[in-house]
Design a protein around this ligand. Structure first.
Ligand SMILES: Cc1cc2nc3c(=O)[nH]c(=O)nc-3n(C[C@H](O)[C@H](O)[C@H](O)COP(=O)(O)OP(=O)(O)OC[C@H]3O[C@@H](n4cnc5c(N)ncnc54)[C@H](O)[C@@H]3O)c2cc1C
Length: 316
């Protein structure tokens, strides 16, 4: 019997595994494919409460709290693992119409987001990005969980474990989980496919991140520039479309004209876990089952917060 069973070794499951190992808890983490091989390594890594949320919702409160936790999380993870993590608070220019900008700024400032009106919209001082593949590399090194790859869980009897964490991203509610023989209802989740395009450019050629609606560009320290992203209701269809990436590039070039003539060196997709009433970061009442899924567009941003909350409660 293992102490805690985690279904899914994406950024969410792996962060929880790390925090539980730090608390001295024995963890087994199973993934249907490879460690970090799905949405978490596909994500752009924008950390952008300002760019993402402009209305009252549970998301904005989580995002603001999650962002505050980021620097310390990255610092601790980098120190403990010895892996350098590309994490930068570049700020973000968000291009919107003046009346929209004023409304957004007023609301977001009331939520604690540092935002400034500019002649083209808004500037978010504290937005930034992280390279999720660095985070995954570091987490793999520090988590003392027993990792089982190519191990798709189908049925789980939770009472065989001290706790079970469902962190299987867009696949989470395909699992059949029981607690003492009674089925545990898992909230709905579905995949929202996203395409991204990457360009190798001179390091430092883009300053702060740039964004209009769901079009954005950010540049990692090594010069790799990411342009995103689509939201597609296409199930788990894995095809990468050149024409969709060309469309992304066209919109991104309106933000950053150097992209007009650039050639992408990489095109890829991922499946965001979307839950209509998500994200789910909680214990299922009356069971020892924890939900950690439905992070949709912001699972990279919310990994520190999710792992902190879930691991703290399990370790209590
Ligand atoms: C195009 C795109 C851009 C994005 N950009 C950003 C961004 O800028 N900022 C941000 O914060 N977020 C971003 N995201 C979202 C972010 O990537 C996700 O919210 C996050 O990665 C979800 O992590 P996860 O661990 O829940 O899911 P995943 O990384 O998908 O991990 C779930 C794991 O569960 C495994 N699994 C599935 N079924 C089973 C099973 N039966 N048994 C065991 N394991 C199973 C899978 O193999 C997978 O490895 C983006 C996503 C996409 C697609």
């Amino acid at each position: 019997m293992t102490d805690v069973l985690i279904a899914g070794a994406g950024l969410i499951g792996a962060s929880i595994a790390w925090r539980l190992s730090q608390a001295g808890i024995r963890v087994t983490m199973c993934d249907a494919g490879s460690f970090g091989g799905e949405c978490s390594s596909a994500g752009a890594g924008m950390l952008s409460p300002g760019g993402e949320f402009d209305k009252p919702s549970v998301w904005i409160d989580l995002a603001v709290e999650g962002m505050r936790m980021y620097p310390a999380f990255v610092d601790e993870l980098a120190r403990e693992s010895g892996v350098a993590i590309d994490f930068q608070l570049t700020g973000c220019h968000h291009f919107v119409e003046p009346d929209v900008a004023r409304r957004r700024a007023e609301f977001q400032a009331s939520k604690g987001i540092r935002v400034e009106l500019t002649d083209r919209g808004l500037f978010y001082h504290d937005d930034g990005f992280v390279d999720p593949t660095d985070m995954l590399r570091a987490l793999r090194r520090v988590s003392r969980a027993e990792l089982r790859e190519n191990c798709a869980l189908t049925e789980i009897e939770a009472s065989d474990h001290r706790a079970v964490v469902i962190a299987a991203g867009a696949w989470s509610n395909r699992l059949r989980v029981k607690y003492r023989g009674t089925p545990v209802a898992l909230p709905e989740v579905k995949p929202v496919k996203g395409h991204l395009a990457g360009f190798q450019m001179q390091p430092g050629s883009l300053g702060p991140m740039l964004r209009r609606g769901h079009s954005y560009v950010l540049q990692r320290s090594n010069g790799f520039l990411i342009a995103g992203a689509t939201e597609e209701d296409a199930g788990f269809e894995r095809a990468v479309s050149e024409s969709t990436c060309a469309e992304i590039q066209r919109h991104a070039a309106e933000l950053f004209p150097a992209l007009e003539k650039a050639t992408p060196c990489r095109r890829w997709i991922g499946f965001r876990p979307f839950s209509p009433d998500g994200p789910h970061i909680r214990q299922v009442e009356g069971t020892n089952v924890w939900l950690a899924y439905g992070h949709f567009r912001n699972g990279i941003l919310l990994a520190p917060l999710t792992s902190h909350r879930v691991a703290r409660e399990i370790a209590r």
